[in-house]
Design a protein around this ligand. Structure first.
Ligand SMILES: Nc1ncnc2c1ncn2[C@@H]1O[C@H](COP(=O)(O)OP(=O)(O)OP(=O)(O)O)[C@@H](O)[C@H]1O
Ligand SMILES: [Mg+2]
Length: 261
């Protein structure tokens, strides 16, 4: 059997913003790869370049140096194979839930019936079919983020990049949406790279956690999460869960101690 190679590769990514006199190095060095169907979390102190890194991985920002490879091919612009969900949903306020989720398919010029069917199937997946005709202003924060997720899933991307998609929500809603995310990931086996500030979230969701240093960010170490799948809320209290959380906390603390000013 031929072993599959990584789906996504980041090679020596560096990002410097600004001009010669106001230079800000956001990202110093990021090199890592993500295997097909893997769930990887990125964790690191605020301002260390996580969102910048995610935007580069999505082809939305061109790095100062370094390369992103998708299936071995250099990535130079946004691609349909990659879906991105940000902390703020950026739904179109005048479009209904269904019309927001359908939008990527309209851009692809899919026939309306087929586009509606696929969008409705996604609304089923995120549990929002009965809100198909609602406008974003009539939805809760968690529901809006689910619509944003459905809008990215509707075109069946190979890679899903999530930038703290539930970060602005209360703890209970966030936990519930993490469950839904796990369920969706298990059902569709998409490859996920997710930024989070939460150690618990990272351990609960991922196969591997990449720990970043303070700005200028670099990938300092990785922690493999060997908890069995499918996971359950009982895992949150398992000795191995606590051990991995402690290890991750220690890795982050070590990074913060070495903060460069
Ligand atoms: N377009 C931009 N122009 C100039 N500087 C930028 C730009 N985008 C980000 N930065 C800077 O790059 C650094 C990293 O920002 P980034 O948003 O990637 O951090 P982050 O790790 O996502 O932070 P947080 O955890 O708070 O979301 C910050 O100092 C930020 O001010
Ligand atoms: Mg960010």
């Amino acid at each position: 059997m031929i072993e599959k190679g990584p789906l996504l590769v980041a090679e020596h990514l560096q990002m410097i913003f600004g001009s010669a006199d106001s230079r800000l190095e956001a990202l110093e060095e990021a090199t890592f790869s993500v295997m097909p169907n893997e769930f990887v979390c990125l964790i690191g102190p605020s301002g260390c370049g996580k969102s910048t890194l995610l935007r580069i991985l999505g082809g939305l920002v061109v790095p100062t140096s370094g390369t992103v490879l998708l299936d071995g091919e250099p990535l130079t612009e946004p691609q349909q194979r990659i879906g991105v969900v940000f902390q703020h949903h950026n739904l179109m306020p005048w479009r209904t839930t269904l019309a927001n989720v359908r939008l990527p398919l309209e851009i692809q010029r899919l026939p309306r019936d087929e586009a509606d069917q696929r969008a409705l199937a996604m609304l089923d997946l995120v549990g929002l079919r009965e809100f198909a005709d609602a406008l974003p202003r009539d939805l809760s924060g968690g529901m809006r983020q689910r619509v944003a997720l459905a809008r990215e899933l509707v075109y069946d991307p190979d890679v899903l990049l999530l930038d703290e998609p539930f970060g602005a929500l209360d703890a209970l809603t966030r936990e519930q949406l993490n469950w839904e995310l796990l369920r969706i990931w298990q059902a569709r086996r998409t490859t996920v790279v997710m930024v989070t500030h939460s150690i618990q979230e990272a351990v609960f969701l991922s196969d591997r956690v990449l720990v970043m240093s303070p700005r200028p960010g670099s990938i300092e170490c990785e922690v493999k999460i060997d908890l069995p799948r499918p996971r359950s809320t009982d895992d949150l209290y398992a000795p191995r869960f606590l051990e991995l959380s402690r290890r991750l906390r220690a890795a982050l603390a070590q990074e913060s101690e070495g903060t460069r000013i």
